[in-house]
Design a protein around this ligand. Structure first.
Ligand code: FAD
Length: 444
């Protein structure tokens, strides 16, 4: 597979997706062959695997330490097209897998909002998708993986092993995943029969969410700037796999449009975002709209615009993603929306979804039953960090969690409260592995 990918973003700058915080590894060691262990005894300092850098904050960064660049571990090892079982190296991207399996009637069991994510990254953050209420997390579909420890030991483990449960959602800290085996799912075709429903506020969102069980995929875009009776208004999208008239675009195709330069710092302000939100909300004239679309724009709409993170300006941005348990139409989610709307912070790209009851397999997995909200904020000096600390307090109080893959600022106290299995995880961490995130949430 090496070198075969046209649309794959060629980016080896070792930043995180939000470009905040800035960090510089002391060195980078490329891992090319799964049979060759990096010479851990000769490498100085802490090490951390780095794949596609699609994590927003600092969980994929190792400031002053060493990064193991695993992107060239990109070989498919075995594909049983009858049973739907795929074994591949950990640096293979979901886009590369989709290019192979969709024409053969298979799909990945879980995909996130971008296809430029590696299998190793998907495991390390135990990622979730629009079908969490049906399928749970990515890690729930990994049948085996190989872990290379800094001692040189190689351990093949599966769902019943504690080391597997520490590695899934383990933030790259238990060792290097060299390969993994994934159970795929059958699909009717490369299309998605999609329904888009405009909803006027939070109560209507929770009403629609009661119908989630009837659809494989559900997610909602929300206007985080709307207030009063329009608080939490948005567009609900739900759908199922379906045949498509004509061929689906290749998942390896590049973006249709690229943002050429960093936008001026103030471009995404409350006025421009409110105008955009109003136009987007009104763009759907009918209350409901049904269509059959190729799967890529349904799952990965942001992949259509290259380097869109430049719109946030040179200081970058943070995404805040939390989950709170229960069905609290008038509970913490409403309070969070009110706090964001009142704060004056220009919140953009709000995404709201109900997680299902499936238990995540990882000790540090983020998803749990409840409502998850993700919102982007441009970084301007110390903004929006005071607001996000307030939101953490609401989430803590509600017994929820904030997603480490998106985080650049949560406190050690919050981390401990959000991840009660931390003490079970610790014995499985590889003593040579660390990250900027890990040091931050362990600072005293
Ligand atoms: C536009 C966009 C949409 C997104 N949507 C979602 C979503 O819907 N759901 C969701 O859950 N996430 C989502 N994400 C986040 C993304 O899925 C995760 O951050 C994912 O882990 C990124 O994978 P990566 O290959 O880029 O890994 P990196 O970001 O490079 O690394 C992530 C972690 O994986 C570890 N790692 C990488 N490779 C290995 C390996 N071989 N062995 C051990 N550890 C390894 C790293 O050390 C690090 O801790 C989204 C991100 C973007 C940019």
């Amino acid at each position: 597979m090496a070198g075969a990918v046209d649309g794959r973003p060629a980016r080896r700058s070792y930043r995180s997706w939000g470009r905040y915080p800035s960090a510089a590894p002391a060195d980078v060691f490329p891992v090319v062959w799964r049979s060759d262990a990096p010479p851990f005894e000769c490498l100085r300092g802490s090490v951390l695997p780095y794949a596609c850098g699609r994590s927003y904050g600092d969980s994929c960064l190792n400031d002053g330490g060493l990064l193991l660049d695993v992107r060239r571990l990109d070989r498919l090892i075995a594909f049983d097209a009858a049973a739907g079982l795929l074994r591949c190296e950990a640096g293979v991207t979901l886009a590369e897998i989709l290019a192979l399996i969709v024409p053969r009637g298979w799909f990945l069991p879980v995909v996130p909002g971008t296809r430029w994510v590696s299998v190793g990254g998907a495991i390390a953050n135990d990622i979730h998708g629009k079908n969490h209420h049906r399928a749970g997390t990515f890690g729930a579909h990994v049948t085996r993986l190989e872990l290379l420890r800094s001692t040189g030991e190689r351990i093949v483990c599966g769902p019943d092993d504690a080391l597997f449960q520490a590695t899934v959602g383990g933030l790259g800290l238990t060792g290097l995943v060299t390969w993994a085996e994934i159970r795929l799912k059958r699909i009717d075709g490369p299309g998605i029969a999609m329904e888009r429903i405009r909803f006027p506020g939070l109560d209507a969102f929770f009403e629609l969410a009661t119908e989630d069980h009837a659809f494989e995929y559900t997610v909602a875009w929300v206007d985080c700037l709307a207030r009063g009776p329009r608080l939490g208004r948005g567009i609900y999208m739900r759908g199922d796999h379906a045949p498509l008239d004509g061929p689906a675009p290749s998942p390896l195709a590049g973006a249709r449009f690229t943002v050429p330069v960093d936008a001026p710092g103030g471009l995404l302000n409350r006025v421009t975002l409110a105008l955009f939100n109003e136009a987007y909300y009104r763009s759907q004239l009918a209350g409901r709209r049904r269509s059959i679309v190729p799967y890529a724009p349904f799952f990965f709409p942001l992949d259509g615009v290259g380097d869109w993170t430049r719109l946030y300006g040179p200081q970058g941005f943070v995404q805040y993603q939390c989950v709170v348990p229960g069905v609290p139409a008038d509970g913490p989610i409403r309070t969070i929306f009110e706090r964001i709307a009142r704060s004056g912070e220009p919140a953009s790209l709000g995404v709201l979804k109900r997680f299902g009851a499936a238990r995540s397999p990882g000790m540090l997995s983020f998803p749990r039953e409840g409502t998850t909200l993700a919102v982007d904020f441009a970084v301007r000096g110390t903004r929006p960090f005071a607001l996000l600390d307030d939101l953490d307090a609401i989430v803590r109080e509600a017994g929820g969690a904030v997603y480490p893959a998106k985080d650049a600022r949560m406190s050690p106290e919050s981390f401990r409260a959000f991840f009660p299995q931390l003490d079970r995880f610790r014995p499985h961490q590889d003593p040579r592995f660390s990250s900027s995130f890990w040091r931050r949430v362990h600072a005293s």
